[in-house]
Design a binder for this molecule. Structure first.
Ligand SMILES: Nc1ncnc2c1ncn2[C@@H]1O[C@H](COP(=O)(O)OP(=O)(O)O)[C@@H](O)[C@H]1O
Ligand SMILES: [Mg+2]
Length: 225
């Protein structure tokens, strides 16, 4: 599903954020990317979402080289990838429904179909009753779940999340990670960046460890203690 081949990323005027990174993620797999602050976790996810481009090396998704996708092809790629961020990035002046509907509006999905899909996504994250509310009236954990509903509403084959539990208390963090595991169970490939080691260990999924932009460990789910 995901293939990084000798990928390096140097930001303009900066040092190497990722160095010769190679790894693969199989379809339907769930993996964590961890490492210290500044290790390159967010950079890795940004390269997948074409928010950034690599300086060297190649990345492919479902056998398609990302290098061949130009500006015009980015919206189409983003429909295949659901993205969740630490700060939920919701539009605070729009209802929960409208926030989750947005990717479908952009994707040109017909209104009747949009309503059906938005409700299905809200139901999956347990927020069906909140569709008419504004995000500000929801708790932090609920807001994050709206962000997740928005990420999955277009039925992406890949879900990527950058520190999705960074702003949540431990109990809520466990619930949110459980949601990601549920999406994996229905066939979505899931890649989550997190520095919360106790939580990662609890999930018993594959763990890819970065240190100063290099892959220093790749621990299989069965080997996570
Ligand atoms: N837009 C940018 N411009 C310059 N340097 C950046 C930029 N984004 C990240 N970096 C640097 O790249 C390195 C990796 O950052 P990042 O991928 O955000 O790490 P992490 O998510 O693991 O904390 C850090 O040294 C960071 O300062
Ligand atoms: Mg980060």
């Amino acid at each position: 599903m995901i293939r990084f081949d000798q990928v390096s990323k140097r930001y303009e005027g900066g040092h190497e954020a990722l160095s010769q990174l190679s790894f693969q993620v199989a379809p339907g797999e769930m993996a964590f990317v961890t490492g210290h602050s500044g290790a390159g976790k967010s950079t890795l996810l940004k390269l997948l979402g074409l928010i950034e481009r690599p300086s060297h090396g190649s990345i492919s998704l479902d056998g398609q080289s990302l290098a061949k996708i130009g500006r015009g092809g980015i919206p189409k790629l983003r429909r295949r990838i659901g993205m969740v961020f630490q700060d939920h990035r919701l539009l605070m002046d729009r209802t929960v429904f409208a926030n989750v509907e947005l990717p479908l509006v952009i994707g040109g999905v017909a209104p009747a179909e949009r309503g059906r899909r938005v409700r299905a996504a809200l139901e999956k994250v347990g927020l069906l009753a909140y569709e008419r509310q504004l995000p500000a009236t929801l708790s932090t954990g609920e807001q994050q779940r709206v962000g997740i509903a928005r990420a999955i509403v277009a039925k992406p084959t890949l879900l990527i999340a950058d520190e999705p539990t960074g702003n949540l208390d431990p109990q809520l963090a466990v619930e949110i990670m459980g949601l990601f595991a549920e999406f994996q169970q229905v066939g979505t490939t899931v890649l989550v960046a997190s520095h919360d080691l106790p939580l990662i260990k609890r999930m018993r999924k594959r763990v890819v460890v970065l240190d100063h932009g290099r892959l220093v460990a790749d621990i299989a789910a069965e080997e996570v203690l």
